[in-house]
Design a protein around this ligand. Structure first.
Ligand SMILES: NC(=O)c1ccc[n+]([C@@H]2O[C@H](COP(=O)([O-])OP(=O)(O)OC[C@H]3O[C@@H](n4cnc5c(N)ncnc54)[C@H](O)[C@@H]3O)[C@@H](O)[C@H]2O)c1
Length: 413
């Protein structure tokens, strides 16, 4: 029996908790979580009361009490927790991003290598059957040489408002820059699909909409104080958007609100969820484009936008012999081998695993791969160890550096 602990029992921690519960070979033995109500939820996952810890420090103070930990706290907390876990002898499933700057990512990598710890990042998209199908068609030569990849991360206006204007990623200095927080998966998938290395990068973007200048007349600092007509017409009216959307799996940082009366929280102005989206303290940017150059002359482009109805990723891969494009949310791929017309591939029909189960089925396969990694060390073409993920993290941090420098082209070294 593999014994594991979870540090941070919010949305991601609970997602892993559910996978562990369904796995006869793995036992959840401890949970560290400061929010009492969230922590006590772990009792329903079979954790003994004395194995619930008020925070990561209290858990680590026990020494090494199981085989591995899932670190599912917020971005800026990963570095300290990962370092402590490795020093104690734990292997780690580390939520992305590994850390909020490249120096800390490298420190995690170097410590893992020095101590011989297994540290796996949660780049879920590689595990989604949708992207695996594209990868196969690239690797078996169907598309010829890959010339360019175009990926769009459509965050959805409501997801952006809840997670990046009023949520944990609203202030870049307290969490991570938006391109890392939202798109380190996209950069990883581009890097994985492209057969050569990214050599230079440039980027533009800004906070376009969720700022004072765009505030409608009649709006106020808090949603509760907004003029009633203005609030009624506002897409981001917290009194409507939270009850409708806060339990959507992609929305981060709302696990702490479960079971509480949302209207009370909004009326009392006690929590950031009640702030007006136009008068908040947010600086997370709502649109960014990134251009990438690869060492064989191929190129890639990533668009991140808050402004879409649905939350979905779209990819277009152009090769010398064929092209493929599709919406990862619907799971339908459109493959054209030049001169032979289009074939549709319905990825939903190619897997037993429900594609609705988190990131197009990716969460399930990622969990399984981590357990395989720590128990059998079995090879995996999808796994991103800390060594593998440094490259795409570096691309993200360089994209941000370029954006801040007005789009300057920067080498990736
Ligand atoms: N792999 C993915 O696709 C994916 C998707 C969403 C989020 N994430 C990442 O997962 C992480 C968690 O995101 P989330 O949406 O679950 O956030 P969350 O806010 O719901 O969960 C974080 C939890 O950590 C707890 N915590 C805070 N301080 C702690 C401490 N000192 N010790 C232990 N626990 C502590 C919080 O109380 C909270 O319950 C983030 O880094 C995020 O970027 C990854």
């Amino acid at each position: 029996m593999v014994k594991v602990a979870i540090v941070g029992f919010g949305s991601r921690g609970r997602m892993f908790g559910r996978k562990i519960m369904a796995d006869d070979n793995v036992q959840l033995v401890a949970v560290a979580e400061p929010v009492q109500q969230s922590r006590e939820l772990a009792l329903e996952f079979g954790v003994a009361p004395e194995m619930l810890f008020a925070d990561a420090d209290a858990f680590f103070a026990q020494g090494k009490i199981c085989d591995a930990v899932f670190i599912c706290s917020q971005d800026a907390q990963h570095i300290d927790m990962a370092m402590k876990a490795m020093e104690l002898g734990y292997d780690i499933c580390l939520e992305k991003p590994a850390a909020v700057n490249i120096e800390d990512c490298i420190a995690i990598r170097d410590t893992a290598n020095r101590l011989g710890r297994k540290v796996m990042l949660t780049h879920v998209l590689r595990y989604a059957p949708f992207y695996q199908n594209i990868k196969k068609l690239i690797d078996d030569g169907t598309l010829g040489e890959i010339v360019t990849i175009n990926q769009t991360e459509n965050i959805a206006y409501w997801h952006f408002a809840l997670s990046y204007v009023r949520g944990p990623w609203r202030k870049m200095a307290d969490s991570s820059c938006t391109i890392i927080a939202k798109c380190c998966h996209d950069l990883d998938i581009i890097n994985w699909l492209m057969p050569s290395k990214c050599t230079s990068i440039s980027s533009f973007g800004k906070l376009f909409h969720f700022c004072e200048e765009k505030a409608p007349e009649g709006s106020a600092q808090w949603c509760v104080d907004c003029d009633s007509k203005t609030r009624e017409n506002c897409l981001y009216n917290a009194y409507k958007i939270y009850p409708q959307r806060m339990n959507t799996s992609v929305v981060g940082g709302t696990a702490r609100l479960k079971g509480r009366d949302i209207y009370d929280i909004l009326d009392s102005k006690e929590d950031v969820i009640g702030r007006c989206v136009y008068h908040g303290e947010n600086d997370a940017i709502d649109n960014q484009v990134v251009n990438m150059n690869f060492d064989n002359g191929a190129t890639a482009h990533l668009t991140m936008t808050a402004f879409s109805e649905r939350c979905y990723r779209y990819i277009h891969v152009h090769g010398t012999k064929g092209q493929i494009h599709g919406d990862a949310d619907t799971g339908i791929l459109h493959l054209t081998v030049y001169g032979q017309g289009e074939t549709q591939i319905d990825v939903n029909k190619l897997t037993q695993q429900s594609l609705n189960d988190g990131h197009g089925g990716g969460d399930y396969f990622l969990y399984k791969d981590f357990i395989d990694y720590i128990t059998n060390d079995s090879p995996s073409f999808t796994r991103t160890t800390i060594d593998d993920s440094i490259e795409s993290h570096l691309m993200g941090f360089k994209a941000e550096e370029s954006r801040l420098a007005g789009g300057k082209v920067l080498p990736i070294e």
